[in-house]
Every structure is written in C-alpha cells, then in structure tokens.
Design a protein around this ligand. Structure first.
Ligand code: FE2
Length: 385
C-alpha cells in the first residue's frame, strides 16, 4: 500500500485509497462491560499496572451503573457494571460475559462522524449528545460495528476536564507501578462464518478504511484448525482493526470457540505496545498474568533464519526471549516481539497481546502457526478443540 502525505490534518501519513472523512485522531478509550467493576479494576491495576484515573457511580449521582476508568500512558480502559436488574447492560453480560462493548475513537467532530457513517450505512447506537460540566463540553455519538460491539466517536476539543462530564477524579491509596504498557497497537474482531468480507466492506464503505494486509486459511493453518484474517486501517494508520473469520479444519477453530462462548462476534484481543517487552513480560509474570505456553525449542532455533537481515539489529538476548516464551517475527521493515495472555476471564473469549515493534509493521503472521498450536493445547484442556 502506497503512503502519501496528508497535509490537511497534519497527520504523519495516509494510506492511498482511504477516505479520511472522519478523520480519526486515535483511540479514545476502550470500555468493557463486566460483572463486577470494582474487582475487575483491582485486577487490571494489580496484574497489568493500570492506574486509578476517574470514576462514576452512586457517589457521583449515577444510579444505574458504575464505571472505573484506568489509565496507563496513552491507554484508557473503562470498566462498567450495572447497579440494578433494569439496566440494559445486564442483557449484554448475560449473553456475552465480560467483554469489550465500546471501542471509542477520538474525532474532531462527533456530529459529522455520526452523520457521515450513518449516511454510508452504519446502524446508529447513540445520536450526537453533548455532555457538560464546569470544565467544558464533550460531544459523543455512536454506531454499531460487528455483533453488539460499538464505536463511540468522542469530540473533546472544548473540554479541559479529566475524562468525561459526570466523572470525578479517582484517587486511591493503592497504586501499583506501571508495567510499561504504552498505547493500543490494534484491536482484533472475530466474526462468524462467511462474514469477514462483509465487515471488510463495512470498514471500507462506512468508515473509509483500507484493507492493507490479508491472510488466507492456507497461510494461517495448523494440523487441526484454520482462520482467515484481514487487517483494516484508517487513513493515517493510527487505528488498525484486523478481522478474523473461522476456516474449516480437522477440529474446531479457536475463532469458532470464541464465537460459541461469546455467543456472537466481538473483540478477540487488544494488542498493547511496550518499548521493552522483556521487562514488561517479566513484571506481568511476577504479578500473576498467565501467558500462552511456549512454542517448541525448534521455533527458537529458526529465529536467525526468520529474521534474516534484521538479525544484526536484534539486541534482545534470544535465551531470555525463549525463556519468557516471547514470539519473534520479521517483515521487510524490521522485526517484532509479541506474546499473548490466556483469556482474561473464565469464558475463553477476550485476551491481551503485548507487542514491541522494532520497525516491523505486520502482525506476526510468521507466528500464527506457533500461536495457534499453543491455543490448541489450551482448547484441548477445555474440551473445545
Ligand atoms: Fe494481534
């Protein structure tokens, strides 16, 4: 995909063919609906090093739900739980369990973003709504994407407050240190059989994205299962949404397992960038985060071959990389290091990826086989392979 300069918005680059009519400035926040937000907040602080940031609930006059906002560098996650049986959030939880409800996108103009996307066929979730407090105003609007997942557009150019009107600062005496997580690299969606291209078209037509990488079931296959994946990017490359679809194999695809347990399409994983994956992973392990099991030793023996010309610039100790079960892949531009957590809850649905890019722009396609074999070992234990 050829890159050209986008002068109008001063953004670093734009993929040719993308229509940046929104345009998207970045991920604003990711909101999870959870069964117990107070306890989930403790988990994400303790295990992943997120910091207490903002809060909304009974104490701030919100009678229907409680939301805890956690931050780490540029990442903001919101954990929301209903406070009574009448909240529509209950229905979402009953069906999907804990999971990502909202991928919020930071825009210049939330009203225009809503109008442009709805005009192009998006199903509305929330009409443009202005919320105010003493720090100014925020305009938000929202549309549905795959399954019951939602994109909220957030316009905050006239707001000086901490997060959103209605939230207050959340101060805590319990503040575990950061684990070096910096920003969201990409968010991956799982969709059902035969639905990938429909959602690829949706991101192209409704959001103005381009499909800049594709993997078919011949590239992403193991002895037992397969999947197909297409990576969608907005014009300036800040937002990347790979979309996975299950493919036929001898046994059940991990995407199918996800769809079965989430009871529909949804966010499979959130990839978070670090600039020192060894330090980050060592710290996460000390704090009890569980990762997928290591690939066989042969995987690490092949790394110099896989990295080729990039091997010289690799300054990480391969022995340490192997000991921590970190995966390594390379493309034309450089290499990347990545590792995947086990699911973050009891249903085998959403998980995190930790990624360090050393020039590489890909998504670890060379690791898919090793990764899937590792997931299959877990599926085997769950009786869902
Ligand atoms: Fe990923």
């Amino acid at each position: 995909m050829k890159e050209v300069k986008n002068v109008e918005y001063g953004l670093e680059k734009i993929f040719e063919g993308a229509q940046d009519f929104l345009p998207l400035l970045g991920t604003d926040y990711v909101e999870f609906y959870v069964g117990n937000a107070k306890q989930a907040a403790h988990f994400y602080k303790t295990a992943f090093g997120f910091q207490s940031f903002a809060y909304k609930g009974l104490e701030t006059g919100c009678r229907d739900y409680a939301s805890y906002v956690l931050a780490q560098d540029k990442i903001r996650i919101v954990l929301t739980t209903p406070l009574n049986s009448k909240s529509p959030i209950n229905e979402h939880l009953r069906k999907h369990g804990d999971g990502v409800k909202i991928i919020a996108l930071w825009v210049e103009d939330a009203t225009k973003s809503f109008e442009e996307t709805v005009k192009r066929g998006a199903k509305p979730f929330m009409e443009p709504t202005t919320e105010k407090d003493e720090h100014g105003e925020v305009v938000r609007s929202g549309i549905y994407t795959y399954g019951e997942t939602v994109h909220i557009f957030v316009e905050r150019k006239n707001y000086k407050g901490l997060f959103l009107p209605g939230f207050r600062e959340w101060k805590s005496d319990y503040n575990p240190a950061s684990t070096g997580l910096k920003f969201i690299d990409h968010m991956v969606g799982n969709v059902g059989w035969g639905e990938m291209n429909q959602w690829v078209n949706w991101y192209e037509e409704v959001m103005g994205f381009v499909n800049f990488l594709s993997f078919d079931d011949k590239q992403i296959t193991t002895e037992y299962s397969a999947l197909m994946s297409k990576v969608m990017s907005n014009g300036n490359g800040r937002i990347k949404f790979p979309i996975n679809e299950p493919a036929k194999g001898k046994k059940k695809s991990q995407i199918e397992e996800y769809i079965d347990f989430y009871e529909g399409p949804g966010v499979q994983h959130m990839a978070i960038a670090t600039d020192d994956i060894i330090k980050t992973v060592m710290e996460l392990k000390v704090r009890g985060v569980e990762f997928l099991s290591a690939p066989p030793p042969a995987y690490y023996e092949e790394i110099p071959k896989r990295l080729g010309k990039h091997m010289d610039m690799m300054h990480e100790d391969l022995k340490v990389i192997e000991k921590l079960a970190i995966l390594v892949d390379a493309d034309e531009d450089g290499y990347l290091l990545q590792i995947f957590t086990k699911p973050l809850e009891d249903r085998p649905t959403v998980f995190f990826e930790i990624i360090q890019r050393m020039g590489a722009k890909g998504f670890g396609a060379g690791n898919f086989k090793a990764l899937f074999e590792s997931i299959e070992r877990e599926q085997e234990k769950r009786g869902t392979l």
